[in-house]
Design a protein. Structure first.
Lengths: 91, 188
């Protein structure tokens, strides 16, 4: 309960911006790891997906809108990320 | 009492444009990943020639511009019109810096003799990033019109429709780049 309340208090548009910047720096940092490994690719795509969710939910303010809109936006993000991951796994 | 979903932010017509744009970009992203399957070495070698620093800085600039747009809408909802226009001008400044850096990046590549015909990777690189580049410019023009009208006091606290419409388009441009940066600059 305490942890949940603290997270809710800290989760606002300013911390969303900060998290997006930090995740971008993580992506940049991971680009220096010279590993063509599946794990790095998966981490990078999960980070991109998480950033996309924050943009749709908090920047576009789609939290609480009709299910159809959320399905289209999150569906687009999920399909694109998943298709990229599958294509990279096929190599 | 039945709880109804909140209305979508901005104009419905803009949302159809957003869906169409996302579909086109999505197809391009998937095409890039699929074509790469049979050209892994060429894609990886070419990718290493890209300027990752510029890509990361540009990502932060777009994220920050989007943050300013959200702040502008919140300020307008609180009837702080001047403050709202200032946030929009800050967003325009961030977006303009993105364009400047991207232009420098294109110039670097062109100066090195690299263009859309160099190889398949660069064909995707130029096609995707140039397509996105023009969307950023259009987004900046839309934001500028809304910022000017806000600064002149055309909108009040209950008139956020135009700004939300402009904001939704801008966030779409941001969302697309969020996928494009790791895909083209980083993931190998």
């Amino acid at each position: 309960m305490w942890l949940g309340d603290t997270v809710n208090k800290l989760y606002n548009i300013h911390t969303v911006w900060l998290m997006l910047v930090l995740l971008t720096l993580i992506t940049y940092g991971l680009s220096f790891i010279d590993a063509n490994g599946t794990a790095i690719m998966m981490i990078l795509m999960v980070v991109a997906f998480a950033k996309g969710v924050m943009i749709i939910r908090d920047y576009m303010e789609l939290k609480g809108v009709s299910l159809l809109w959320k399905l289209i936006m999150y569906g687009w993000l999920s399909i694109v990320c998943l298709a990229i991951v599958v294509a990279y796994l096929l190599v | 009492m039945k709880k109804y979903p909140k209305p979508i932010p901005g104009d419905l017509a803009m949302w159809f444009i957003i869906f169409a744009e996302l579909l086109v970009f999505g197809i391009f992203f998937i095409a890039y990943a699929v074509v790469r399957i049979n050209n892994v070495d060429m894609f990886n070698d070419s990718q290493l020639t890209l300027n990752r620093e510029m890509g990361a800085i540009n990502t932060i600039l777009l994220i920050t511009a989007s943050y300013f747009v959200v702040m502008a809408i919140h300020a307008l909802k609180n009837n702080k019109t001047k403050k709202s226009s200032h946030y929009l001008y800050a967003a325009i400044a961030s977006g303009s810096l993105f364009i400047l850096i991207k232009t420098l990046e294109f110039h670097d590549k062109m100066s090195a003799g690299i263009d859309i015909g160099t190889n398949t990777f660069y064909m995707f690189y130029f096609l995707l990033t140039l397509f996105h580049y023009f969307h950023v410019i259009l987004g900046l023009m839309i934001l500028f019109v809304v910022a000017l009208k806000t600064w002149k006091g055309h909108y009040k606290a209950d008139q956020t429709h135009a700004m939300e419409t402009a904001g939704s388009y801008w966030h779409m441009v941001d969302l697309v780049w969020i996928i494009m940066f790791p895909l083209i600059y980083v993931v190998r």
